[in-house]
Ligand binder design. Sequence first.
Ligand code: ADP
Ligand code: ZN
Ligand code: ZN
Length: 696
Amino acid sequence: MIEDAAGAIDSETGITVHWLSVALDVPLAGLFDYRADRAVPIGARVIVPFGHRKLIGVVVDTPETPAFDAAQIKAIDQILDDLPPLPSDWIRLAGFAAQYYQRPLGEVMLPALPAGLRKVTAYQGKRSAGGPVQRLDKRKAPALPLIAADQTPVLNAQQADAVQVINALDGHKTLLLHGVTGSGKTEVYLHAAQAVLARGQQVLFMVPEINLTPQLEQSLRARLAALAGANALAVLHSGLAEGERLRAWLSVQRGQAQVLLGTRLSIFTPMPKLGLIIVDEEHDASYKQQDGLRYSARDLAVWRAHDRQVPVILGSATPSLESWYHAERGHYLKLSLAHRARAVELPVVRLVDTRRLVLQQGFSPQLIDAIQERLDQGQQALIFLNRRGYAPVLNCASCGWVSQCPRCSAYTVLHRGSGRRHRLQCHHCGYQVQAPHACPDCGDQDLRPMGRGTQRVEEHLAELFPQARIARIDADSTRLKGSAAALFAKVHAGEYDLLVGTQMVAKGHDFVNLGLVGVLNADAMLFAQDFRAPERLFSQLMQVAGRAGRHVKGGEVIIQTDYPDQPVYQSLVRHDYAGFAQYSLAERESIGLPPCAFQALLTAEARELKLALDFLAQARVWLQEQIGDGGAALTLYDPVPLRVVRVANIERAQLLVESLHRPTLQVFLAQWSAALPELAAKARVRYQLEVDPLEI
Ligand code: ADP
Ligand code: ZN
Ligand code: ZN
């Protein structure tokens, strides 16, 4: 083999050979070597033979010599030149994610591309590359609905200060925009975006979920379209059809779209002129991907902004304790919007101590009176309850039978169907059955729903306030496509007086006539096992409280609780996020929990719990041996069954690993993740390794 600048010349055939390292979406670590008869740029997509299949891969290196026996290396089938090569910063981002989250590079890269660019079937039978893409290009992009942008308000002093700081930045900075609900964070984002667009750069604007808040999306669309021109806005989320997604992706990748508004998956879109990243509601768990590559789009946004040397704005009324901690230590720059933008005060938060009260269908007299008062004033009231269905379990009063899922270690939830038929439904595996008329064990007919979900609360409200028009907003009432938007439109149009809803109503909605928010059953989250439960409860209640009195004066929030002294509730009464964060961080620091420590979670799944636990025990021993005497650097907990141990007849257990030092954890995780496939194969279990798990 003789090397030359253009490649290596095969001494037998005299043909120039180019070696390629290719990332493929297969569950094997490492890259795959191929040969090509002409130079292929890094970032190009190629079709290659793999076993009996053909796959699309991404060229990530062009080594001078192959890693193993050149004679064994197969030639690529085709270079796909319908796209310019994927840019080097995109490859770096995927590389970082692969390394940090301990996944093969190909399993990061390929799923990050729209399906049409990574499915070999889209290209088969075509000699000339890129026929799917060109065809799509010819189709006209659907015009965005033209909505008149709201009048752009004049920035108030606190907003103007924040915008000034952001616009004066040169290079990278992570900004934490902490603004109380209704403080006008959106205006700050838009002004910052405007300055970036004026420089001809692109903006990545991430939101937790798009379909949940059609109103927010519409006004954002309208404002962004006004800034950038209707064609300069692209929207990406998982609800799009393949073709729509590809079109949006291409327009951003080509620099035609200047603004990308999207959910977590949009973090992996190539943006040649990226100038700013915005992560709205940065604390939201939706930024965490919960299967496959379990990445945090928020964290990747910070990494990407640093890599591209551009600013990133993390905005929230209740920042994650991770981000707050960084800001407190000066790693992030904190910007505060302490007051509401409009001339309305934050709602008054009242705790109703339910320990000594006689409740009427779950409602305290105080809450009933407060609702009646709002109805009398012609205002709306919202009852928040994070539990859908009619009742969480059905119970036999005679023998104690409870409704249980045959496939999971969980109760089945009673749902009221249309007509008089009730169903029992498992919220873990989807199992459904007609609710029995009599107890399956003793035959008694005295079956009672225990506890209450949104359907039952809706029923109670109808009894308590027979004149009121009531809307229930949860995953069940909005199952059909477009129905959530339609329901919210009616709410905004004043066609309902009372709303009952789950967290779906908590986020982002700007209710114009809502004066009161009542919270039922918040205590359920107070003593959950997960150490993040109080943080989640605080942010959820703060968000839902923020729906009250956004436009009407005298907004009020009533939280019914048996534990009014809990710090979470006391901080809420004072609207004191900072106090809550300080208290929680001190607690986390004292027991060594994130963000003061770093975690990884190994979860095993098997037909029998023992198999899963045995595998975790072996994995633990393996890691313990690697660590050796330097054991203090890492804490290995004992393998434990999950709280809901069996789901769809699969038993699950987990093992938590923790370190005070992130790089140390990373080093050991890399070794561990290389050893786990073999251990798991022997133990016949499936497993996932999750870095920075959000739920434990
Ligand atoms: P946040 O996202 O911080 O909860 P929003 O961005 O939704 O708050 O703003 C709350 C409301 O205040 C919106 O109706 C918005 O149009 C309005 N608003 C924002 N900035 C101003 C301003 N400077 N003057 C008047 N109204 C404003
Ligand atoms: Zn019974
Ligand atoms: Zn089930």
